[in-house]
Design a protein around this ligand. Structure first.
Ligand code: NDP
Length: 284
């Protein structure tokens, strides 16, 4: 079975739009997401446009700052400070990657953790590791929702293998699976015999960025497979998993495109709504 990420994202977007509508009826403002895009990277421009459109469909207000590629670090940090202190802004997202002269970690560190709807701030990574409420990165949060939508609601005791250990995907993914009582193995570029790890897994999450690295016949019969990878090969997109072969073994698998991508955007909307609610509670 292929898990339809587009359909799940559309259904949840509907629910988000209804929640935003109810807020408006109560006299609360629309949640506001500030988006900062530095430079002209074509892929980043597409991502930002997709996020803006998704926000509008859900009744969330995107406010985008499109800054020139030669923007100085201090100017970017000044803008973030201004957005941090603006009570009308609920979430802040800086589209990565930034031009080379900018220090990405310093930029992430400058965002108020309570407005960090991408969940990248070290405070939010620490909250996740400590089991405290915070903001969880959108892609792994979406991956959990995709597994649940395929009927995998109880992960207790299952062996989960996460391939990739980035701060954006692999590490928070492993934390979320651990929270759900899976037995988690994290693999990376130095892992010996990746195949034997994957062959043993009830849940496989591939977040590597290598086209079809995970071979279809590595997938255990009845396993659940989440393919996070997005790789452009000869003009079209492929994942990190050999989807067609893997599908013969898997109970459920996400396609690329149409799996994790749409859910990542949807989780950003849900995080922004959550940020607005939390800030209103704190202000009370
Ligand atoms: P990173 O490049 O930050 O991390 C890749 C990870 O894969 C690293 O931990 C690396 O190991 C590991 N790795 C590299 N080669 C191998 C290998 N041969 N065997 C095992 N592990 C390997 O990528 P991201 O986590 O940011 O993204 C991963 C993929 O997911 C990309 O294709 C990206 O485009 C996609 N993505 C998709 C999203 C979506 O919305 N669908 C959102 C975010 C990302 P090491 O640490 O040892 O270097």
């Amino acid at each position: 079975m292929r898990i339809d990420g587009k359909a799940l994202a559309a259904a949840r977007r509907e629910a988000t739009a209804e929640a935003v509508q109810r807020r408006t009826e109560q006299g609360l403002p629309a949640p506001v997401l500030a988006v900062i895009l530095v430079g002209e990277d074509p892929a980043s421009q597409v991502y930002v446009r997709n996020k803006e459109n998704a926000c509008r469909k859900a009744g969330i207000e995107p406010r985008t700052w499109r800054l020139p590629a030669d923007t100085a670090q201090t100017d970017l940090l000044d803008l973030i400070a201004q957005l941090n202190s603006d009570p009308a802004v609920h979430g802040i997202l800086v589209q990565m990657p930034l031009p080379k002269h900018l220090d990405e970690q310093a930029v992430i560190d400058a965002i108020d953790p309570d407005k960090d709807v991408d969940g990248l701030h070290p405070v939010n990574a620490g909250r996740l590791a400590s089991g405290l409420p915070g903001f969880v990165p959108c892609t792994p949060q979406g991956a959990i929702a995709l597994l649940e939508s395929a009927g995998l609601t109880d992960m207790t005791g299952l062996k989960a293998v996460v391939v990739g250990r980035s701060v954006l995907v692999g590490k928070p993914m492993a934390q979320l699976l651990l929270e759900r009582n899976a037995t988690v193995t994290i693999c990376h570029s130095r892992t010996r015999d990746l195949a034997s790890q994957v062959k043993d897994a009830d849940i496989v999450v591939a977040a590597v960025g290598r086209p079809e690295l995970i071979q279809g016949d590595w997938i255990k019969d009845g396993a659940y497979v989440i393919d996070v990878g997005i790789n452009r090969v000869e003009g079209h997109l492929v994942g990190d998993v050999q989807t067609e072969e893997a599908e013969k073994h898997a109970a459920a698998i996400t396609p690329v495109p149409g799996g994790c991508g749409p859910m990542t955007v949807q989780m950003l909307l849900e995080n922004t709504l959550l940020a607005a609610r939390r800030q209103e509670e704190t202000a009370r």
